[in-house]
Design a protein around this ligand. Structure first.
Ligand code: XMP
Ligand code: MG
Length: 184
């Protein structure tokens, strides 16, 4: 594919190259939504989006799933600066009563898996009927955990990406496409 100017975006001091188009993103979201609808149509599940990154994916996914459901958000952080601390802080907790409920956790990207691992344990204590993990992106090269991510949009190499909710120091979340850090 030939590069055009709009295939490159700038965020702060870094340049990023178009990596997954809006069209491809929306196609995968519809596929995941259909799979979730088939599983949970009768269950009145609770989607829990992990802020900030998953705000856009969560909004698209609940519409693509298009079944009766509830939607909640939590805010977790395992990052301090640019590296994982290994300890996950809950910045916004959940007040929803999840006992006996089918819970669908929605993440923008699964990197080491540390965030989801700890959140899954926190959720288990609330005795839900089931926990389903959905990550739009996943970096298998750096994933350090054993649990399964039930639905993955795209497996990608260990390169930094922005767009579709993902940011570089706060920039780039609004982009409809996903862009990969350009190395030149
Ligand atoms: P863990 O290691 O706990 O990390 O699975 C998941 C969180 O790390 C952030 N992350 C990224 N954010 N572009 C981003 O904008 C990336 O390429 C990237 N890789 C990891 C993200 O906050 C995710 O929730
Ligand atoms: Mg995140």
């Amino acid at each position: 594919m030939q590069n055009t100017m709009s295939d490159i975006v700038q965020a702060h001091d870094l340049s990023f190259q178009l990596y997954i188009s809006e069209e491809d993103i929306q196609r995968r979201v519809r596929e995941i939504g259909q799979a979730l609808a088939a599983k949970f149509r009768e269950d009145y599940p609770v989607f829990i989006g992990v802020l900030n990154g998953a705000f856009m994916f969560t909004a698209d996914l609940v519409r693509a799933t298009n079944i009766q459901c509830e939607v909640a958000f939590t805010r977790l952080s395992s990052y301090q600066g640019t590296s994982s601390t290994g300890h996950v802080n809950t910045l916004i907790g959940l007040d929803a009563d999840l006992k006996g409920r089918h819970v669908i956790v929605v993440e923008d990207i699964v990197d080491t898996g540390g965030t989801l691992h700890q959140f899954k344990q926190t959720l288990s204590e609330k005795e839900p009927a089931s926990i389903t993990l959905v990550g739009f992106l996943m970096k298998p090269e750096v994933f350090k955990n054993r649990f399964k991510v039930d639905h993955v949009g795209y497996e990608i190499p260990n390169k930094f990406v922005i767009g579709y909710g993902l940011d570089y120091n706060g920039a780039g979340r609004q982009l409809s496409n996903i862009y990969q850090l350009k190395e030149d």
